[in-house]
Design a protein around this ligand. Structure first.
Ligand SMILES: [Zn+2]
Length: 175
């Protein structure tokens, strides 16, 4: 591992490519992310909790944007399908937190032949770190989620649209 920015002082996140100062954060094998990026994700959660009245409605979107940007290639397929489903439902259907969580529950109980989808080389340019540092975290978070969704191949987006419409009752869509 001799990539130029993998020095003793910084690491590059394999999911979002954020270059961050090395930390002692323990990490989480669930995500294809550097320990430092996971620490940032934790800080973004903390910021959301502190500003819940303004940002609470983006709770699930934040989780799904991070999940779809940090897919471990050999992780169970359902994880990326759910993350992309959440992005689709918020961005294209106007669904809220509870709609998406309900949809995930319905999907988990009604289907198990999840499609194989490989993340693109670059999953959006914005990162959780950019969102955390933004003057307007709310709009940065939505831009980040949109970039992540739009970076996935159109054929994968179409699979998610079709699968969601097939499995999830329309009342969980807001438009
Ligand atoms: Zn990352």
């Amino acid at each position: 591992m001799n990539r130029p920015d993998d020095t003793h002082e910084s690491t590059t996140c394999p999911g979002c490519r954020a270059v961050l100062p090395r930390s002692e954060w323990p990490g989480d094998a669930k995500y294809n992310a550097s320990a430092e990026c996971l620490e940032v994700a934790g800080e973004l959660l903390g910021y959301e909790v502190e500003h819940a009245a303004q940002l609470g409605y983006l709770h699930q979107l934040r989780i799904d944007a991070y999940g779809a940007q940090h897919v471990t290639p050999d992780a169970p397929r359902i994880g990326r399908v759910f993350a992309l489903n959440g992005l689709y439902m918020y961005l294209e259907r106007g669904s809220g937190n509870l709609d998406v969580r309900t949809a995930h529950g319905i999907m988990a109980n009604s289907y198990d032949d999840w499609p194989a989808m490989t993340p693109p080389e670059q999953v959006g340019r914005l990162t959780a770190y950019d969102v955390l540092l933004a003057d307007d975290v709310e709009s940065a978070l939505i831009s980040w989620a949109r970039e992540v969704w739009e970076s996935w191949p159109p054929e994968d987006q179409e699979i998610i649209r079709k699968l969601t419409i097939e499995l999830v009752p329309e009342k969980y869509f807001r438009r």
